[in-house]
Ligand binder design. Sequence first.
Ligand code: ADP
Length: 594
Amino acid sequence: MQIKKRDLTFLGILRVIFKTAWIKFKWKVIVMFVCALFVAILETVAPKIVQLIIDNLEKLANPTNLEIRLYIILLTSLFGVGIAMTLFRFWVNRLSFFIATQVEDYWRYRVLNHFFNLPTIWHDKHDSGEFAGKIDRGASSIWTIIHELFGNNFLVYLITLIIVLIIAFISFPGAALILIIPIPIYVIVTFIVSQKIAKRQNFVNKIHHFASRLLYDAAGNVRSVKAFGTESRESKNYKKVWAKIHHLEYKEEELWLVQSLMQTGIETLMRIILLTFSIWKFYKNEYTIGLIVLLISYQQLTFAPLRELNSIFTRIRRVVGRSKHLFEILSEDDSLKDSRNAIDLKELRNKIVFDKVNFSYSKNYQALKDITVDFKKGEVVAIVGRSGAGKSTFSNLLLRFYDPDKGKVLWDGIDLRNARRASLRKRIAYIPQDINLFNRSIKDNITYGRLKFKEKEVIFAAKLAAAHEFISKMPKGYKSVIGERGIRLSGGQRQRIGIARAIFTGASVIIMDESTSHLDSESEQAIQEAIKSIHGDKTLVIIAHRLSTILNADKIIVMDQGKIIAEGRHKNLLKSCSIYKRLYDLQVRKEKNR
Ligand code: ADP
């Protein structure tokens, strides 16, 4: 089911949720409704039995055998009705619980999957803490909506109300009018108050997201928090936000009180009216005492769903806001989605070409300006330049994290816009500046890009990345779990795991984004040689600050302010490009001072 922005209304969201339940669990929904119908019928039967008993009380003073038998049958039926009602009610709740959890899970995973597929530009603008909050609260709100409406007896109450009204209109139309009067009043009151509550709740939801963001941001940067001694400041900030949330929730409670008072007022008034009306009828000999008891019971049965409707409707209005935030993520366009005719990229045979590429992350600043360059198969190409020159943006476009605003990136002549993303990512191994490692074992991290492998392949990749030695020295070797983002490893070790992971994929193009920056000279040398030897026919793009790693590159591209200002081999550039020379001199000086 596709979610469009226009579906994100109160009714639109309910429609999406119930449609999912219907499409996925048609038979369960039907059985649940049938069970609810049985409960509702039995609910109206029980007072009818009581009425029969009361109206025949006089006969029980001197009962005949038949009357005693009938009395026992009535009492047994009353007992049977109670038991059957409980069983059917249990099944309504059980089915509703099942459907609610399944629909919740369905949307939870769909949103998560969509989240991973959204373009990087979206991720740049949203943070993970907020997303985690949205997915948790949004998914549980779906559960609440379904279970509140289907389970928790509401469905049963509602069907009971309908049956009671039908019976009442057929059997005693005068009293039926009194039963029906509170319904529109209830609905109007509920609608007005719930709208107010929902408005406040929307505001509370926004602060909730802010609280999640704050928490994840602080918890994720716990080392910085400690290093700057801001533990209590962070906790206090969090406490303040929650205090605000609770303050708003207390205000909301006041609205609930208003609603309850109105409800009790209407109920009491209608009880008085029904009682007076029935007594009047009794003295006119039109109603029996049994019938009056029946009417009071039926009035009770009509109040139950109305009372529930009140609180359920308000609660649902509150939580629909949370589902909306969840569905908003789904309604975000995957602007880089594979087109229908997208083709699978084959191994690089010839070259990758950047053809007059222009790109901006935001309106104010152009990160790449009219870039035309090629990366031939088997070449080692280095991209150098000052920080912010646009080097990493190259890899972002090459991996199609973004599309160029103008121009094309071509893979053997195929525009990346026409290629399947998965096939592109399979052909390129990317070693980012900040290696993102998972809090899993070293082996799981190295083999992340591929499901099927042999043990020796893992060791082979680790050896090439000069990582095998330090891994072997760890107490649990390849099974060592390395902590959140690899925190239990040094910077250089993290880099080497990242490189092993890239080598392990066997991709034909490797992009190293300053990935040797944490390495000591010895392992850097080892890695350079290893990569060259196994990737003799593979293309290597090195985005580097440390020029020592790229002196032998086949081509060095010098970037400045989003433009290519020079291109060539090291020796030529030293003579022809002043910026390159300056970068190199700085580097040599730095190396000497080490
Ligand atoms: P380099 O790798 O040479 O240091 P980048 O390619 O990372 O430079 O960045 C080029 C320019 O684009 C810089 O001005 C940087 O601030 C900006 N930039 C990089 N990434 C983003 C982003 N995700 N959103 C907005 N601007 C960005």
